[in-house]
Design a binder for this molecule. Structure first.
Ligand code: NAP
Length: 447
């Protein structure tokens, strides 16, 4: 028995009809392949009527699918779903479709065992997440597969939140990681994800399910390395400044300067971290350019460590900006600091294109601030040079490399490599004509 409730009884989905009511991608062309069915237009089943099931149903309906929701209490839950979705008992729902999203928690999977016969031969999509990393010996998807051996289980959609499903893929994570031991089932689920506006990512066979289930539990994975880097640099510079500003005066002159630790030592450390991190945003680009110039091609993989470094530049830059902002706040606490200098750096760092200008300004600032100190013997505590002098090392290397790369002979070669030119190879080139059309031809890359 189905409960089809009138539109006025249904909840507002919060989506404008014009935009979301249309399929996000056109229907797949399946002409000439009688076995294939277009993804959109297919009837999709959803078991469960919670937050995820509701968002999923809304999204599926908006993407052009017919949706049948299986609930233990359809009468009560029907009003929560869009009018186009049919809300019925679980047993009824599974009869009407061969692709079923299991939107219930792992601990309730066993309560679905009564449906085993009706589910035989169907595709079950496991969307579940865990509360802890590697919580169970086997992944939820593998557990589901063991309960329903006659079904084909596909793991997917767990990295997408109910909120992302409702608000549209454009406003959230677009990737849907999918894995299964059955290629055809995986293809069908990937096609559904694509029609819904997501980017399916094939993660291989079912043994990847555990990894996929752990992803939402890993807190900001892209930030881990940059945060450790920032903390490591902070610790190094803090210790260095502590030795120079507190320990040295105590040992040499028996002066207690512990009061300097919370403000002055921290405030000398923050710009050093910010400054070095800002140069670390540009250093991998310089190394990459060196590698490309050396090998004369852009089609050679960078070493893994450089690849990782390049991928984390945004986070490193943002952390650098955060340290600079903290430095500005600290400097406002110190009346003798002229904070407008730091504000200028902050403004520049707001835009990624202006990031390099920020690096140059910071270098000029550090040079002017630290120039006289660099040649003052008294500034060398325990033979340690002033922090300002020390921090100049990496940024100056980066700026120098950038200047060298801007020489026309090197710049031209680098530009050509980045457009596909290779040392000692013939390459096909495409040139825009005066009319804006493109003409192609072949040339020796060594010309
Ligand atoms: P929820 O709001 O608590 O909904 C769970 C649904 O399971 C209930 O509405 C219930 O629907 C159904 N159910 C079936 N058998 C049940 C039983 N024996 N006891 C209790 N409920 C039973 O949870 P949810 O947030 O929608 O999450 C559902 C699944 O999606 C979970 O595995 C979760 O890890 C996954 N997920 C959720 C999100 C999210 O953002 N919420 C994101 C990714 C993945 P009926 O009462 O109609 O049967």
């Amino acid at each position: 028995m189905s409960y089809v409730v009138g539109p006025t009884d249904r909840v507002d989905t919060g989506m404008s009809g014009g935009d979301m009511a249309k399929p996000l991608l056109g229907h797949q062309n399946t002409e000439g392949d009688p076995g294939a069915r277009p993804a959109a237009g297919r009837t999709i089943g959803v078991l469960g009527s919670g937050d995820f099931a509701r968002s999923l149903a809304i999204r599926l309906v908006c993407s052009g699918f017919k949706v049948v929701v299986g609930s233990r209490n359809p009468k009560r839950k029907a009003g929560l779903f869009p009018s186009a979705a049919e809300v019925t008992f679980q047993a009824e729902a599974v009869k009407k479709t061969d692709v079923i999203f299991v939107a219930v928690f792992r601990e309730h999977y066993s309560t679905l065992c009564d449906l085993a016969d009706a589910l035989a031969g169907k595709i079950l999509v496991d969307v579940s997440n865990n509360t802890e990393i590697n919580h169970h010996k086997e992944s939820n998807a593998e557990y589901l597969a063991s309960l329903f051996p006659a079904c084909t289980v596909v793991k997917g959609f767990n990295v997408v939140s109910a909120w992302t499903l409702q608000s549209g893929a454009r406003d959230g994570n677009k990737q849907v990681l999918i894995c299964s031991n059955n290629q055809e089932a995986k293809r069908i689920v990937a096609e559904i994800a694509q029609v819904m506006g997501f980017t399916p990512v094939d993660m291989g066979c079912m043994s990847s399910a555990c990894e996929i289930e752990n992803i939402p539990l890993r807190l900001l994975p892209a930030w881990k390395i940059p945060i450790f880097l920032a903390l490591g640099l902070f610790l190094c510079f803090f210790t260095y400044n502590l030795i120079r500003q507190v320990i040295h005066p105590y040992i040499r002159e028996q002066k207690n300067k512990l009061y300097k630790i919370p403000i002055e030592v921290v405030n000398t450390t923050l710009p050093c971290v910010s400054y070095v991190m800002l140069s670390l945003v540009y250093l991998p680009g310089v190394l990459a350019a060196c590698s490309q110039l050396y090998y004369g091609t852009k089609y050679r993989r960078f070493p893994d460590w450089l690849d990782q470094w390049l991928q984390h530049r945004k986070q490193i830059g943002l952390l650098s900006f955060f340290c600079a902002a903290l430095h500005a706040v600290y400097s406002l606490c110190l009346p003798m600091r002229r904070s407008h200098r730091y504000q200028l750096i902050e403004m520049a760092a707001k835009q990624s294109t202006l990031g390099f200008i920020a690096l140059v300004i910071s270098t000029l600032h550090t040079l002017t601030y630290g120039w006289s100190r660099a040649f003052d013997e008294n500034q060398y505590k325990f033979y340690l040079p002033p922090t300002y002098t020390l921090t100049l090392l990496v940024p100056c290397t980066v700026i120098l490399a950038k200047v060298i790369f801007s020489f026309p002979c090197i710049q031209q070669r680098l530009l050509r490599i980045r457009r596909g030119w290779e040392k000692g190879r013939y390459v096909k080139f495409v040139l825009p004509s005066a009319t804006g059309e493109y003409s192609s031809g072949e040339t020796s890359s060594n010309v």
